[in-house]
Design a protein around this ligand. Structure first.
Ligand code: NDP
Ligand code: GDR
Length: 346
């Protein structure tokens, strides 16, 4: 049985990847952060009591800021594959917390790679590493963006991801390690964090439809993104580690839509007019914006035989359907006198 270690297992991608690897027969280990409230909502449906003999998902406390803990977990888990998905992944927040973001996104990756490097040497082990790179690394570079496009990062987050990317390349070249960098364009799902624009929109839409809120405050509606489905993208991560040799791959749909297009598609699917509900709030603008992302994933298609299955329209409908159900449940609670919290951040 292959063993995988996932940092960021409690996040959107971590949950889909854990599900995917379990379905492939892996034993899956995840790094989780200690929090004062439970932060395992997205993986609770996968969790089994570790005392049960057929349990294959195990969680370990750890943090990408803590080398000693990371080294201990790697020594204990002895993974065949490591997926580094842990990050302070919010671009706008990275302007508020640049140093912390750099520490987790860039130096955290270095800590992990260095721990794996020593583990491989000490144990003569074979470990394959996936690094979660981002289309944000392209930033202001002209579209379409492929593996050959030079990076031009536009936020502390993106600069951190560029550093992490090059740490990966350097460890591959310096120590012969199997490190593959995914350069994934935006991918969404009903499990997307509620402060990212797509989920913020579908979450608000459900609540507007069910009379729980009236307004949705957003920033720049002109930005264009290449949005895919997270469930499709975690398969590309896995395929990268099954290849004969490590490499870097763009993963994208090859289509781009503006935030306004997303609003229009989502609201019209729900039979509502977005312009009656959306208002501008400058707090959601970024000091430097990424205007246009459009990926060219032909290398992943040719070498990994990967292509996306879920279209933009299907993705929007999947998210709206999910959030309509969620808002209906909230409405029931609210009607029964329970306080349903409003969503304030984004
Ligand atoms: P999420 O924000 O949903 O999840 C991030 C995960 O990282 C969570 O499990 C979080 O834990 C964990 N984490 C945060 N800080 C630390 C830390 N200090 N130490 C260890 N773990 C930490 O992100 P996604 O699932 O959307 O993305 C996964 C990865 O892919 C990230 O690296 C992201 O930057 C990158 N990426 C994402 C894209 C996307 O469109 N989704 C596109 C390209 C790249 P907790 O739950 O406790 O907060
Ligand atoms: P992004 O995703 O920055 O592309 O990073 P996000 O959904 O946050 O923003 C997309 C675009 O929408 C605009 N926008 C808003 N964004 C947010 N969050 N909230 C708003 O109210 C709002 N109004 C307009 C933004 O300005 C931006 O142009 C995501 C993250 O998952 C990263 O970790 C990942 O690396 C990249 O995708 C690829």
């Amino acid at each position: 049985m292959k063993r995988a270690l996932i940092t960021g297992v409690t996040g959107q991608d971590g949950s889909y990847l854990a599900e995917f690897l379990l379905s492939k027969g892996y034993e899956v280990h995840g790094l989780i952060r200690r929090a004062s409230t439970f932060n395992t909502d997205r993986i609770d449906h996968l969790y089994q009591d570790p005392h049960e003999s057929d349990a294959r998902l195990f969680l370990h406390y750890g943090d990408l800021s803590d080398s000693t803990g990371i080294r201990r977990v790697i020594g204990k888990v002895q993974p065949d594959e490591v997926y580094n998905l842990g990050a302070q992944s919010h671009v706008r927040v990275s302007f508020d917390q640049p140093e912390y973001t750099a520490d987790i996104v860039a130096t955290g990756t270095l800590r992990l790679l260095d721990a794996i490097r020593d583990y491989i040497k000490e144990k003569d082990a074979q470990v394959r590493v996936y690094q979660a790179g981002s289309s944000e690394m392209f930033g202001a570079a002209p579209a379409p963006q492929s593996e050959a496009t030079p990076f031009y990062p536009r936020s502390p987050y993106a600069v951190g991801k560029v550093a992490a990317h090059w740490y990966g390349v350097n460890y591959r070249e310096a120590y012969g390690m199997f490190v593959s960098n995914g350069i994934l364009f935006n991918h969404e799902s009903p499990r997307r964090g509620e402060t990212f624009v797509t989920r913020k929109i579908t979450r608000a839409l459900g609540r507007i439809k069910h009379g729980l809120q009236d307004k949705l405050f957003l920033g720049n509606l002109d930005a264009k993104r290449d949005w895919g489905f997270a469930g499709d993208y975690v398969e590309a991560m896995w395929l990268m580690l099954q290849a004969d040799a490590p490499d870097d791959f763009v993963v994208a749909t090859g289509e781009t839509y503006s935030v306004r297009d997303f609003l229009q598609t989502a609201f019209s699917y729900a039979g509502l007019d977005w312009e009656s509900h959306v208002e501008f709030d400058a707090r959601y603008l970024r000091p430097t914006e990424v205007d246009l992302l459009l990926g060219d994933a032909s290398k992943a298609q040719q070498r990994l035989d990967w292509k996306p299955k879920v279209s933009f329209q299907q993705l929007v409908e999947m998210m709206v359907d999910y959030d309509m159900d969620l808002a209906a449940q909230e409405r029931t609670l609210s009607d029964a006198g329970h306080k349903v919290p409003s969503r304030k951040f984004g």
